[in-house]
Design a protein around this ligand. Structure first.
Ligand code: GLN
Ligand code: ZN
Length: 773
């Protein structure tokens, strides 16, 4: 390492949102994919956005020249960027280069399917899962990170490049499908060698610091437990630290608790270590002499203004641990929060005033970090004013109307186990067979049909006041009628109304429930160019009026086939909103569960025979710390059952889960006690079905046969084969046929073609197996 070392800055963040205040990256990507812009235009748009973001961070108080500016630009995903850096390209992508290769890995192309996508730790961000076998190349194959450093320096910024660390990279990888039992972590030495070269390249370009993100060190939910990863980390960082040709290294451990690993990491020779003190804690009994402790104090997950008095205490405690220096940062990358509260206004003037005081989005969080750093550098008196103001706002929030509502609190307090139990499954199964008259291998979809431009335009016009509510409702009814007609023509068995009226499966409910506030510009990247706008759950939740009954009963009035009512479950509403931080999640879930229970009862009373309560986020919120699993599964399952246990045995409860790795939550899936569970399965070629069966799951199951995340139409043969695989693994009487997920992001042409094939494939399997109707 060079003699000229720059001290670690006192104020920093782990990364800034990269989608852009106006979602510029989304627009640039989608224009490029649609062939409306060239590669050069895409590169220019991305570099302009990056330059704006860096300028903004400096405006907010971070230093331009001391490596404060964590820089993690990406066209799609940071894990995919690491795959490209390492040249770890699965063989099926051979022959592609540059952006064609990059986007083929992310989205597939005409010839190949993409890499699998899965959720990043306990967030709603999706990363592309590396596929590593014994022969997958692992070398320093792409110096984009160095080129970006050089480019930023030309603009006048000394950035701190951010990379997914080698341990986390391999811990998140899956085995190359050709060698399914291979453990990617056995390639760790080669990955570290590649990182050594990447670090050398950055050093030669003059980078004083590099940030290696190792969130795997906070998780028990990966293929290897946290304690084992911590041991491997020591070897990795001893080796990286030993290299002489490298920048100084910051290792980060966001999203959870790595405090057990910190002591050993501090001895490896790396210069700085970050801990997340919101989901984890400060290291105990660790000798930190010689390292900078970067305290992840400002919450990078949620959007509440910080309790500066409490964070000042955390930082004071950190100062007593004997580190060479204490710096302050966010708990994790700010990619999980929107850009700026200044972009929001709420119609209700009191709410508007309150939320502006109560909230901190990315830009406000950077300012909180800068304030706390001033306290560290200049003494705490220097920020007495800011601390007092933060405390005053917290007190005002706790007492504000709507935050605590006695009628909601007394309802949850009165709940008993009986409120969460239905009749035995076999009794329900018989009653539902009598009522619904479904063929073997019933076909259905997950709920949404394509959200066409016309639908979005109508909604936007309605929001602007250019289309009256009555006209908007009429437009949505026409859409529902068309979707019902299409499903009848296609020959599907259990229909859906298509969710045209929903802007989003969580926001729609958040807008109709008390206790939530939607945002206008609060976009957060979910994957690639896809962004979501989480609602803010700020108060006690209740349902002022029925939310979906009108739409569902209208749809049911158009057909003799059953139409599923469609609701979003409590855990998913919490996971895809920004929940309040002043009430346990379990209690919030029960408040939502009760509101949904009222809706379920109303749907049943309106004659709806099947009701789906989606819980695609059930696994997402699973705590990273294994010791907290049981408590989580208890309240999450409990809230689903609270929402769904009020119905008669002949009303069929469906649920939908959006991932295929459910190992740790299999008991929870069973515990939901839904009559039918649809689950993602296409990309993993149905491997979930035998796994579920072996785990003793014996209710109705609908493994997805069509991977709706990829823009391609699966053939009848391919679908029949997948249905056949599933039918070999579970009793056909309990097997359903459906896509992996909702169709809102697909177009109509591919939707029709794919569903036609899905129905034809189902009929083929029914005939081949002589399943009588
Ligand atoms: N019912 C929702 C839909 O079809 C489910 C979406 C999801 O699982 N994310 O759109
Ligand atoms: Zn889904």
């Amino acid at each position: 390492m060079s003699a000229a070392t720059t001290q670690f800055p006192t104020a920093t963040i782990l990364a800034y949102p990269r989608i852009g205040r106006q979602r510029q990256l989304k627009r640039a990507l989608e224009a490029y994919w649609a062939g409306r812009s060239s590669e050069t235009e895409l590169l220019e748009a991305a570099s302009k956005l990056r330059q704006e973001n860096l300028a903004r961070l400096v405006e907010l108080g971070l230093d331009a020249s001391d490596a404060s500016l964590a820089d993690a630009p990406s066209f799609y995903d940071q894990v995919l960027d690491a795959t490209v850096l390492l040249g770890a390209i699965p063989p099926r992508f051979a022959g592609r280069q540059g952006l064609d290769l990059y986007f083929a890995l992310a989205r597939g192309d005409e010839k190949v399917g993409p890499e699998e996508m899965t959720k990043w730790f306990d967030t709603n961000y999706h990363y592309l899962v590396p596929e590593i076998g014994p022969d997958t190349p692992l070398r320093f194959a792409d110096d984009a990170v160095t080129r970006k450093f050089v480019q930023a320096r030309q603009w006048g910024y000394v950035t701190r490049p951010v990379l997914v660390g080698p341990l986390t990279y391999l811990a998140l990888a899956k085995a190359d499908p050709a060698t399914p039992d291979f453990d990617p972590l056995t390639r760790l030495d080669e990955a570290v060698a590649a990182y050594e070269q990447a670090l050398a390249s950055l050093h030669e370009a003059g980078a004083p610091w590099v940030q290696l993100d190792e969130p795997a060190l906070t998780s028990d939910n990966l293929s290897h437990p946290r304690a084992e990863l911590a041991k491997l980390a020591v070897g990795v960082y001893e080796r990286l630290a030993k290299a002489t040709n490298r920048p100084q290294i910051l290792v980060t451990t966001p999203y959870g608790d790595a405090s057990q690993a910190v002591g050993a990491l501090a001895k490896t020779g790396v210069e700085a270590i970050h801990v997340d003190t919101l989901r984890g804690s400060l290291p105990k009994d660790a000798d930190l002499s010689g390292v900078t402790l970067v305290v992840g104090a400002v919450d990078g997950r949620y959007i509440w203004r910080a309790d500066l008095a409490a964070l000042r205490q955390t930082l004071t405690a950190a100062q007593a641990l004997g580190a060479t220096k204490v710096a302050v940062a966010t708990s994790n990358s700010l990619q999980h929060v929107p850009h700026d509260t200044a972009l929001e206004t709420w119609d209700d003037p009191t709410l508007n005033e309150n939320l502006h005081a109560w909230l901190a989005f990315a830009d406000q969080k950077v300012q909180e970090v800068v304030t706390l750093a001033r306290g560290l550098d200049e003494g705490w008196e220097a920020i007495d004013g800011e601390v007092a103001e933060a405390t005053r706002v917290l007190e005002q929030r706790a007492a504000a109307p709507g935050v605590v509502r006695p009628e909601v609190r007394s309802r949850t307090a009165a709940l008993t186990d009986a409120d969460r139990a239905r009749e035995p499954y076999l009794e329900r199964e018989a009653a539902q067979a009598q009522r619904l008259h479904l063929p073997p291998l019933p076909t259905t979809t997950i709920g949404s049909f394509p959200q066409t431009t016309e639908i979005r335009k109508a909604r936007a016009a309605n929001a602007r006041g250019e289309l009256s509510d009555a006209d908007y409702q009429e437009r949505m009814r026409e859409e529902i009628a068309a979707v019902i007609k299409l499903q009848e023509e296609l020959g599907l068995d259990v229909l859906v109304h298509g969710e045209a009226e929903r802007n989003d499966m969580v926001q729609y409910f958040a807008e109709l429930l008390d206790g939530f506030a939607a945002t206008r510009n609060g976009w957060v990247q979910s994957y690639g160019s896809r962004c979501t706008r989480p609602s803010i759950l700020w108060g006690d939740v209740s349902r002022p009026a029925a939310m979906t009954v009108g739409w569902s009963s209208y749809a049911q009035s158009l057909t003799d086939k059953p139409v599923k009512g469609m609701l979003t479950g409590p855990v998913t509403i919490i996971a895809w909103s920004f929940p309040r931080n002043d009430l346990p999640l379990g209690e919030i879930a029960d408040q939502i569960g009760l509101a949904l229970r009222d809706e379920v009862s109303d749907l049943e009373a309106a004659g709806i025979g099947a009701i789906q309560v989606d819980e695609p986020a059930l696994r997402e919120l699973l705590p990273l710390d294994a010791e907290r699993h049981a408590d989580y599964l208890d309240w999450s399952v409990g809230s689903f059952r609270l929402a769904t246990s009020c119905v008669r045995p002949d009303t069929q409860i469906h649920t939908h889960l959006c991932y295929s790795e459910f190992g740790q939550i299999i008991d929870a899936i069973k515990g939901l006690d839904a009559d039918v569970t649809s689950i993602e399965a296409a990309r993993s070629k149905m491997e979930v079905v035998p796994e579920l069966a072996e785990a003793g799951f014996d209710h109705g199951i609908g493994p997805g046969v069509w991977d709706i995340h990829a823009p391609r139409v699966p053939s009848q043969e391919e679908l029949a084969q997948l249905i056949g695989l599933a039918a070999d693994a579970v009793p056909v009487s309990r097997l359903w046929v459906n896509p992996d997920c909702g169709l809102k992001t697909r177009g109509y042409a591919e939707t029709k073609a794919s569903l036609e094939n899905l129905v034809a494939a189902t009929r083929q399997v029914r005939a081949e197996r002589e399943l009588n109707n």
